[in-house]
Design a protein around this ligand. Sequence first.
Ligand code: SF4
Length: 447
Amino acid sequence: MNKETFYQPVISPVTLPVDVPLCQADYPLDHYQSEFVPYAEEYLALPDRTIGRILKWMTPYMQKAQTHFGDKLLLLAHYYMGGEIVQLIEHFGGQIGDSYQLALKAAKHPEKSLIIESAVHFMAESISLLAHPNQSVYITNPKSGCTMEMMAKDYMVEPALHDLNERYGANNILPVCYMNTSGRIKAMTGAQGGAVCTSSNVKKICQWAFSQNKKVLFIPDRYMGENVAYWLGIEDVAYWPGGTAGAQYRLDQQDNKTLDQFDRAKLILFGSYCAVHTYYQPYMVEYWKKQGYCTIVHPECTNEVVRVADQAGSTAFIWDFVTQDKAGIQKYAIGTENHMVDNLKRYASELSNTPTKIVNLAEAPNLEGYKAMGCGCATMSRNDPPHLVALLDLLRQGKTLDYNLVKPGDVVDEFSGKRTRLSETSQTWLVENARRALQKMIEITES
Ligand code: SF4
């Protein structure tokens, strides 16, 4: 690409290709909260969605906010945000990370009292759980939920914990919850002595959990749980259904065969999962292996996929493995969220004179010759440029955007946008117990 087609940034050293269209669909005006509509109208009136055009529109707003807030401001985004959004955030001096890295940002930067997150709600809530009292955490679009988290709400998981505690005794049940859960689930976990885990430390956390000689209730992801069972050689596994079926499931209504499975189980998996990662199939891995590629998948993929892939690991693991060419063959087929694969493709192509070749695992042809495209995290991409601009500009003007403020225990209905907030007393209980589960994770991970 010609040098003139790159926008030279004012704030960060990142260069952006100005003539590339933003990888994101427009939302209708009624998708935006009322205060944000004037900004969305300006955005929708732009003649096109090329990066150069969007930057020209965003920059005066962003610079005014940055001048106003100075060093207090911290902009954050997740790797799964649409490629250009990630680069826009970096362009304005923000930081990108996976859910573990994002969760620790507030705690590690007490001087940043205003934290703006462009990612899904549970990630913003995790930051808020570990935040110092002087810090406020905002999400640009509260309706950005995670489908895995939506199928493991507290009222869906509570019956599982209640029935298991009743049948086996609370002392014999140890919950381990994935970072992709609400603060309410993290608090339930911490209150019973359990720990949070992420895709990067799940094996280590589960090894710790099994060493306690209790039945481990893994909330969710059922596929990551199956992968851990495979890695650690755990054979006795039982399943609690995810979603609303989980809320209605009762142990005393199960037949003897199912109860026997629960009685023998060392690991009980709560059945929620990520639709983005379960898209991948074993034939895709096999195809790319035959083409001489090193195949790497995320542990939210099914166990059939993980078993045949060369490597499986977290977002940060995949990023490092590929950018450092750890397989030494410069050919990688990746099975994870689409925007992350696109970001990696672009980044790796600029790394050296002999760019690493990266394909999305889904691009493998099936028996009919059809090549798929993989899957993006659509809910995360609900944080678009007008949301970021509107939030920052209105905060700069001194407006109280309580709807975007993220407090521990908040629940947002992803369809209606209605938010439910806990009383201060309940928030205090939740923070104490969720932190206990997060601290346990940090303690085990760093040990
Ligand atoms: S990719 Fe899947 S697990 Fe990750 S945030 Fe999106 S829906 Fe949730």
